[in-house]
Design a protein around this ligand. Sequence first.
Ligand code: NIG
Ligand code: FE
Length: 419
Amino acid sequence: MAGAFVVVGCRQLVTLRGPARPRVGPEMRDLGIIADGALLVRDGRIAAAGKYADLKPEIGAEVEVVDAGGGVLLPGFVDAHTHLVFAGNRADEFEQRIAGATYAQIAAAGGGIRATVGRTRQATEDELLEAARRHARWFLAGGTTTVEAKSGYGLEAEAECKMLRVMRRLRQEGPLEIIPTFLGAHEVPEEYRDRPEQYADAVISEMLPRVAAERLAEFCDVFCEPHLFPVATARRILSAAKQFGMRLRLHADQFGLSGGARLAAELGAATADHLEYTDTASMDALAAAGIQPVLLPGSVYALGLARYPEAREMIERGLAVVLATDFNPGSSPTASMPIILSLACTRMRMTPAEAIAAATINAAWSLGRGGQIGSLEAGKRADFAIYACEDYREIPYHFGVNLLRGLWSRGTRAATFPN
Ligand code: NIG
Ligand code: FE
């Protein structure tokens, strides 16, 4: 990590440079592309990003040269909504849905989130860490260097803390940066089946104080759905989390207009996520409160649904849109940000540039990291990826093809591919 190197031979250096705040409206289409660019890195940070010809005088003999081979260089993706840590998978439910069962029917029959809760409770911390390492490799292989990660498959204090400790250990191992979110209110566990309000009480009085005392989470999230945690209950939990100094994110309006986005606006959350059913009045409430929408087209696609969030409407209303994978074993088993970019372009009519801004600089701001990651500007962390293509638009265009050639995290090479 120490020492200096320069990446040369970038046909497009996609910097995302610009104002030090989330990008809105037409700003999302300005990627700050430098043709024939070079990136100078010192001690894990970006020292300069510019035209090779302009940087050349600054490049001393001691500086190692890395050749991008005429490829495209982008900031590492920032995935602002993932469920990174869980045991097992739900490929069986995938097949049940193909046969006609719905996500809600499977959940009501004891599958869904509760199936993963059973496996995650049973797993030891080391087993869970091993599973999470495997998932982390998938994120890196898609060009992602930072993920937000949610608990929510423990649903009792010790198992929730176990998940959050796994995130902490994996973060320490590197190279994937992990930002932890407490999602105790993800589902109502079996033992509280007919007592959801009492489960919410347990989240507030048992789990939140412990997670806060052990400093295990930066954010708190709630799956705000009428049959699980309706608006009034979500308000109770999130208000308590705020008292503990956590910032807020919210699964909102995923399967219906339940008022989650409005609640996010009321509470001053950092983000409102999903938003498939959000109406224009709620969008305006989010815009007025400066809340960022996190759109998750992977879950709509993988559940075989047709209603994607209204990204165009949101951009037109001045919202600083974020894209994320929602990686989880049920509704979105992909860790690939390039696939999400493709879906955003083809299903939500975002331009490739808007999609990339949503998956880098806007995602970074939504996690309170806009000053450190998400763009290639002097002083920021040297998290970047080289793609084997001539134009950044090829990344969403070649859906399912991984063009990634190399990935660097904090100035250290994190992955290499034969592209
Ligand atoms: O974001 N909506 C709730 N949570 C996940 C699904 C988790 C699961 O099915 O395991 C989501 O879609
Ligand atoms: Fe989610």
